[in-house]
Design a binder for this molecule. Structure first.
Ligand SMILES: [Zn+2]
Length: 242
């Protein structure tokens, strides 16, 4: 089996590797952008829901406060009416009228008691909502989400810039690469996908399939030649430890 790729000289290999590296980086950057996008949407949605819950909480509190005000006003009114009935009691002459006024006074007093009871309920509900509103944990969570969202948006912008840079570099490199090499690149990519060229690992094995290369080939690799892996067919090359 012919292992040696004669037409891929070291320089050409560097060219192929660079194209491969750029294209793989483009793909991984695109994946990262997609991931950040999804995360951003999720965080934004959670944040929006939290804000909506908070807004409806504030609205509910305002409603209760208005209702409490209304209660106080009504209590004052009933109390005044009860007092008026009491004052009129002194002036009545007929027993019938007296009974009617007593009844009226009792009705107003009853109204005060009932309203006070319901006012107390409202005060307790307001206090409960106030505690939810000021809950430290949820406030912290809200703040953390805001920060996370802003971090994600920043990452997104940076990744977009990086992608543009990579795409530009890739286009430039392709334009400056011999047509025959570009075609070879495309052929290898179609056949094996990316990466089609891989360095040997420290046990002189193919990093794609794990096949150990015969030692006879190893010295050629070290000498800068490129061979195809006898098992998976990908290009393997020697990379000095950095
Ligand atoms: Zn292999």
């Amino acid at each position: 089996m012919a292992y040696i790729i004669s037409f891929v000289e070291a320089v050409k290999l560097q060219h192929l590797l660079l194209l491969q590296k750029l294209e793989m980086e483009i793909k991984s950057t695109e994946r990262a952008i997609q991931k950040v996008k999804t995360q951003t949407e999720e965080v934004a949605k959670t944040l929006q829901e939290m804000k909506e819950r908070r807004e409806s909480l504030l609205k509910k509190m305002e409603e209760i406060q208005r209702e409490m005000l209304n209660h106080r006003r009504l209590i004052e009114e009933c109390r005044k009416k009860a007092k008026q009935a009491e004052e009129r009691l002194n002036a009545v002459k007929k027993a019938e009228e007296y009974r009617a006024l007593m009844k009226e006074k009792a009705r107003h007093e009853d109204c005060v008691i009932k309203l006070r009871g319901s006012l107390k309920g409202l005060e307790e509900e307001l206090k409960r909502l106030q505690e939810i509103k000021e809950d430290k944990r949820s406030l912290r969570e809200l703040q953390e989400l805001e920060e996370e969202l802003s971090d994600l948006r920043y990452s997104y912008l940076r990744l977009e810039d990086r992608l543009k840079e990579l795409e530009h570099g890739y286009r430039e490199l392709r334009a400056n690469t011999e047509q025959v090499l570009v075609e070879e690149y495309e052929r290898l990519k179609r056949k094996y996908g990316l990466p089609f060229a891989l360095p040997l690992d420290s046990f002189s094995a193919c990093t794609n399939c794990g096949t150990r290369l015969p030692s006879a080939l190893y010295s050629r690799l070290v000498g800068g030649q490129v061979v195809t892996c006898p098992t998976c067919g990908r290009l393997v090359y020697y990379e000095e430890a950095r």
